[in-house]
Design a protein around this ligand. Structure first.
Ligand code: GLN
Length: 251
């Protein structure tokens, strides 16, 4: 069985170890005996909807977002919009999250037109939100889990009709520091402000994404084989203790 992860603009959108999310997907899928390929896709590269199972976009600086915007909108835009509508799995972090929305107005007022695949929009402010974060996520099974992450953004994102918040903010700012929510979900597209340690420290979310992608390719009967989560959860719990109680982390 095979799984292809498309890492979009890895040379431009890769802040705070965002590649760690791709490696977590790779690792936890490989350990199930799935043959995983990571494909780098940047400016000028062609894409084919059927070739990619999980699309990953990392975060970027405003300048890097300005460089990739034209290629995203004019060259890859209609295929990416189709993929989202057809339920392909997307994970988009920070700048990547912003780029799927309507626009990103930078803190100096310059307007960056985004893909417009999702209805959210982003307003940049001079004061950045920089935090270790704790969120709460409700899994498809109904189980509620604590999620740890790291945010660093000037943008405040406001969701639109049809998309739902991904998680609830416990510590940190999330989408805009006002409404208590973090990220966005539409069909199988998941967006968050959490950077590179997001999937490595939250294995239940990693597994959820892999299972959806495998079901898309091999049918709804596919069940991801169980796999130990104790090391990842230990890292998650230590980060949680550090963020909530200031306790030093060992791993
Ligand atoms: N440039 C965007 C902002 O500051 C995104 C930053 C990021 O991806 N960390 O809001």
């Amino acid at each position: 069985m095979k799984l292809v992860i498309g890492h979009f603009y890895p040379d431009l959108l890769n802040l705070y170890g965002d590649r760690g999310n791709v490696l977590a997907l790779y690792r936890r899928a490989s350990l199930r005996g799935i043959d995983v390929e990571i494909r780098s896709i940047s400016v000028g590269d062609e894409i084919n909807e059927d070739d990619i199972d999980i699309c990953f976009f990392g975060g970027g600086q405003d300048s890097e977002q300005n460089i990739m915007a034209k290629d995203l909108i004019e060259e890859k835009g209609s295929i990416i919009k189709n993929m989202i509508e057809n339920g392909k799995v997307f994970l988009c972090i920070c700048g990547g999250y912003q780029m799927l929305g309507q626009y990103y107005r930078e803190h100096d007022g310059s307007m960056l037109k985004c893909l417009g695949a999702l209805p959210h929009y982003t307003e940049g402010k001079k004061e950045r939100f920089i935090n270790d974060t704790v969120y709460e996520f409700t899994l498809p099974s109904g189980e509620v889990t604590k999620v740890v992450g790291f945010e660093n953004h000037s943008g405040r994102t406001y969701l639109g009709e049809g998309e739902k918040p991904f998680m609830k903010v416990i510590t940190g700012h999330g989408n805009n520091g006002e409404d208590g929510y973090e990220g966005a979900v539409y069909k199988n597209t998941f967006c968050t402000y959490s950077h590179g340690s997001f999937l490595p420290k939250n294995p239940l979310i990693t597994d959820m994404l892999i299972e959806i992608a495998m079901r898309n390719r091999y049918g709804n009967d596919y069940v991801l084989p169980p796999l130990d989560v104790s090391v990842e959860n230990e890292a998650r719990d230590q980060a949680f203790d550090y963020i909530q109680n200031g306790k030093e982390q060992m791993i």
